[in-house]
Design a protein around this ligand. Structure first.
Ligand code: XLS
Ligand code: NI
Ligand code: NI
Length: 436
């Protein structure tokens, strides 16, 4: 199908055209690279192409079947739309779950046959539109058989079925040249220990991810595997609670060399962390990988998946991304959907325009903060005591508890410098809003 979507162009901050970018100019070169390469924006297939506004209180407010009735025809029309939309937005990457791109059959075999047919269809579209797959994943949480988990299900046949789906998705990811493969825990967690063998479930999750890694590497996959931490919703105790929990898990099961983090802003909020905290925790553990760009609502305790418009957050996010050396295999996937009441295709464009502009602004402002240097300089000076004397001995491993005890006894009153939080926050405001 052809949709003839109009291209969204960069028109600059003075434009009043709602269908134009105000801050994101994909060809603008900053620090020797195009903005499109810094950002690596991706479309989430599930929210954009599939979900129709259904929530627990009501049905769809949109129709994304494009006038088709035959299941395969529906999914082909969806795919045609997806690639035209990416063209219109000047977006190079996309991400999907197996069930996002193909109809489900009555049996696993039938579902996989549809899936492979649609992977071929998308392969051609990808070539024609010059797009890339950022990552793929298997939906091992929606169907009722996954009601108590997939890799952590109490039922081994469910574990096996989940493995079959992941195998198919890894094959598809390799065929489509994807540079990442995501595991969001979905229902990998529990609601009560009264019915749960937590030790076995976690060991099984370790086994599952090891099998997936080994299979993919054997098939020649060189990209990154990602865990996507999320603390709640759907289960009360998710095994992949936050980045720190996931890093510990990966180390325990010997997976830390192959797995990194796909960090979602709204998931950080639900874990009572800042987005920046999660990103920094990943980086200092060598696990910074990719980002699911969205935002939550601090007053709501669920994953609202809103398009990101909070520029403080996008700025501090891009500050972390730049400090981590930028994206390699990862990118910024908009795991975001328009509000249920924003139910037209124009709203989808407005959502992406708002999100891409907010992150482009974030990049530019983060670059300004780094180039200004005051924040970095402050942090460096704050820890200066570790660059000489006893601090240097501590950092370089020469100090012992005894040597420190002897040293400490020689000290008079110790003066700890002010943390200067308010001053530093005003520097951020000054840099973000100068020229107002
Ligand atoms: C759900 C997750 C999910 C993953 C992919 O909250 O964000 O959408 O990104 O399975
Ligand atoms: Ni996500
Ligand atoms: Ni999410």
């Amino acid at each position: 199908m052809k949709f003839d979507l109009k291209a969204v162009k960069y028109e600059g901050a003075n434009s009043k055209n709602p269908f134009a970018f105000k801050f994101y100019d994909k060809d603008e070169v900053i620090n020797g690279k195009k903005m499109s390469e810094h950002m690596k924006f991706a479309m989430s297939y599930w929210h954009t192409i599939d979900q129709e506004g259904t929530d627990v209180f009501g049905g769809p407010t949109m129709d994304k079947k494009f006038g088709k009735t035959d299941p395969l025809e529906i999914f082909k029309a969806k795919a045609d739309f997806a690639f035209e939309l990416m063209d219109a937005l000047g977006m190079e990457y996309y991400c999907f779950h197996d069930v996002d791109i193909a109809p489900e059959g009555k049996t696993l075999k039938e579902s996989l046959a549809y899936f492979y047919e649609m992977v071929d269809y998308i392969y051609d579209l990808q070539k024609k539109h010059n797009k890339k797959l950022l990552w793929a994943t298997a939906n091992n949480f929606s169907d009722k058989k996954f009601m108590v988990g997939a890799a952590t299900s109490a039922n081994a046949d469910v574990f096996a079925t989940a493995a079959a789906k992941v195998k198919a998705c890894i094959d598809a990811c390799i065929k489509l040249g994807g540079t990442g493969y995501v595991f969001w825990g979905g229902r990998e967690g529990y609601d009560t220990l009264l019915n749960t063998d937590m030790g076995l479930e976690l060991d099984n999750l370790g086994r599952f991810l090891t099998m997936a890694r080994d299979y993919a590497r054997k098939q020649g996959f060189t990209g990154d595997f990602y865990i996507e931490p999320k603390p709640k919703e759907p289960t009360k105790h998710q095994y992949d609670f936050d980045v720190a929990t996931c890093v510990g898990f990966l180390k325990k099961y010997g997976l830390a060399d192959d797995f990194k983090m796909n960090i979602e802003a709204n998931h950080a909020t639900l874990a009572m962390h800042t987005f920046q905290h999660e990103l920094r925790t990943a980086t200092i553990n060598g696990a910074f990988g990719s980002i699911d760009a969205n935002q939550g609502d601090c007053m709501l305790g669920w994953d609202t998946d809103q398009f990101p418009t909070n520029v403080y957050d996008t700025t501090l996010c891009m500050y972390e991304v730049i400090k981590a050396g930028g994206f390699t295999n990862g990118g910024l996937n908009f795991d975001a959907k328009t509000r249920r009441a924003s139910n037209t295709f124009d709203d989808i464009l407005f959502g992406y325009i708002a999100g891409m502009d907010s992150f482009a602004l974030g990049y530019k402002l983060a670059d300004r903060i780094i180039k200004d240097g005051r924040i970095d300089e402050f942090v460096k000076n704050r820890y200066a005591s570790y660059t000489q004397g006893v601090g240097k001995d501590i950092v370089e491993g020469r100090a012992t508890l005894e040597s420190l005890a002897t040293y400490a006894e020689t000290l008079g009153e110790i003066k700890v410098e002010s943390g200067r939080q308010e001053y530093l926050e005003s520097i951020i405001n000054e840099l973000m809003f100068k020229g107002v």
